[in-house]
Design a protein around this ligand. Structure first.
Ligand code: UD1
Ligand code: PEP
Length: 420
């Protein structure tokens, strides 16, 4: 295991460039096996999830090379094979192989996915979608067996709740299905548009991605003709924006799509952070006299659950009590006891509710990252704290933050990675 060692208290300044979106990337890689040709992505983030997905691809005889942000995947010699369960368990998004294998071969056998411990994460809506398309689904010994012996047929599917994963998975399965699938109450996250753009550029017919009704008309063949550039990671961007406001003396966050962050930047502005939102970058000046806010997490375009923990250290600078209502993952609270060790006044008074009050004098401590965004909040708080903070279980952070040591060091932070 690895740990991050932070000598906190240094003021941050300069520029940081955001990488490609993790949540696009982890869907695009499984999507690549639907192509009859090699595919190429650029702006691919250097994160552990990508390396684990490459291990899964390799088990299917799909070769891939990843260098300098460019990922080439050749699925032309793909074979059906047992997928490596350690890699499958290392990330949530391995469940996208259910949709893409089903689309490609008409059947899929995938171990239950792993991923972050942020409370229950059922996949009933994914399964409901596959069944509506004509597949039979059986769950046994932690494994999901999906078969569509008579092929998949377009269907009308209404999701019971807005789910990013189910929306993506149903799109993946439906691209080769016979006829048209109409997916209602679909998630509207920008990463879904990114997936649809990639597939459409290869010949798929997906309309309405980014709205709550997505129509997918099956096509027999997908062929890649150009490189797909992955959209910037709005969650990584939000993490740096919050850090910059909390500990910066002027930070420019580059390669962002500000429209993807509106619910987040609106809250920062409400706090009194004088953001300068430009075309594809956001400047964060030194922030003072902040006021507390109320945040309610919600599906896009609402405030992202993935950003409630990264913004938390900033809330400690506001004069009063801020309240976060976590509606997506009410048990996403594993950062709380760890932040308390650093001196943060944070409580979980009732299920799904988190309160944060003004806390002076953070002090370094040894803390554990239970999951990716809990880890991001600990790194932010550690950079604000006096003394040394060690964040153990750093793999959770490295799973989704591209070149984090380099980026923070360039902003004048003192952070190292070490074996634990
Ligand atoms: C790889 C990826 O993109 N991960 C993101 C994705 O996760 P993921 O796609 O797993 O999250 P979902 O959007 O599916 O989950 C939303 C809510 O629906 C519930 N649900 C979901 C599916 C289902 O079949 N049944 C069900 O009850 C979940 O428990 C949760 O309460 O969206 C989450 C919510 O924005 C983010 O936190 C994750 O970073
Ligand atoms: C919960 C997250 O990721 P995953 O769905 O990949 O576990 C996240 O990115 O915050």
């Amino acid at each position: 295991m690895k740990k991050l060692v932070i000598h906190g208290g240094r003021r941050l300044s300069g520029e940081v460039t955001i990488g490609g979106a993790k949540n696009s990337t982890v869907a695009l890689i499984p999507a690549a096996i639907l192509a009859e040709t090699p595919v190429k992505f650029d702006s691919v983030p250097d994160i552990l999830d990508v390396y684990n997905l490459q291990v899964i691809l390799e088990s299917m005889n799909v070769t891939s090379t990843f260098k300098g942000g460019e990922l080439m995947i050749d699925p032309t010699e793909i074979i059906e094979a047992e997928l490596p369960s350690t890699a499958i368990k290392s990330l949530r998004a391995s469940y996208y192989f259910m949709g893409s294998l089903l689309g490609r071969f008409g059947r899929a056998t995938v171990t239950f996915p792993g991923g972050d411990n942020i409370g229950p994460r059922p996949i009933d809506q994914h399964i409901k979608g596959f069944e509506a398309l004509g597949a039979k689904v059986r769950e046994e010994n932690d494994t999901v067996y999906i078969t569509a012996d008579d092929g998949l047929k377009g269907a009308r599917i209404f999701l019971d709740m807005v789910s990013v994963g189910a929306t993506m998975n149903i799109i993946l399965a439906a691209v080769h299905a016979e006829g048209t699938t109409i997916l209602e109450n679909a998630a509207r996250e920008p990463e879904i548009i990114d997936l649809a753009t990639f597939l459409n550029n290869m010949g798929a017919q997906i309309r309405g991605a980014g709205t709550d009704v997505v129509r997918i008309t099956g096509v027999p063949k997908l062929e890649s003709k150009n490189t797909h550039t992955i959209i910037p990671d709005r969650i990584e961007a939000g993490t740096y924006l919050a850090l910059a406001a909390a500990q910066g003396d002027g930070v420019l966050v580059k390669n962002v799509i500000p429209e993807h962050l509106e619910s987040f930047t609106a809250k920062m502005i409400e706090m009194g952070v004088q953001l300068d939102v430009r075309e594809d970058s956001i400047y964060v000046p030194k922030s003072e006299n902040l006021t507390p806010i109320h945040i309610k997490t919600a599906p896009f375009p609402g405030f992202a659950t993935d950003l409630q923990q990264p913004i938390t250290p900033l809330l400690t600078l506001a004069d009063g009590e801020s309240v976060i209502t976590e509606t997506i993952y009410p048990e996403r609270t594993r950062h709380i006891p760890e932040l308390q060790k650093l001196g943060v006044a944070i409580e979980n008074p009732e299920y799904g509710q988190i309160t944060v009050t003004k806390s002076n004098n953070f002090h370094g401590a040894s803390v554990a990252a239970a999951e990716i965004r809990a880890g991001a909040s600990l790194v932010t708080a550690g950079l604000m704290a006096d003394g040394i903070t060690e964040v153990t279980n750093a793999e959770h952070v490295l799973r989704g933050y591209d070149h984090i040591i380099h980026k923070l060091t360039m902003l004048n932070a003192d952070i190292q990675i070490a074996e634990d």
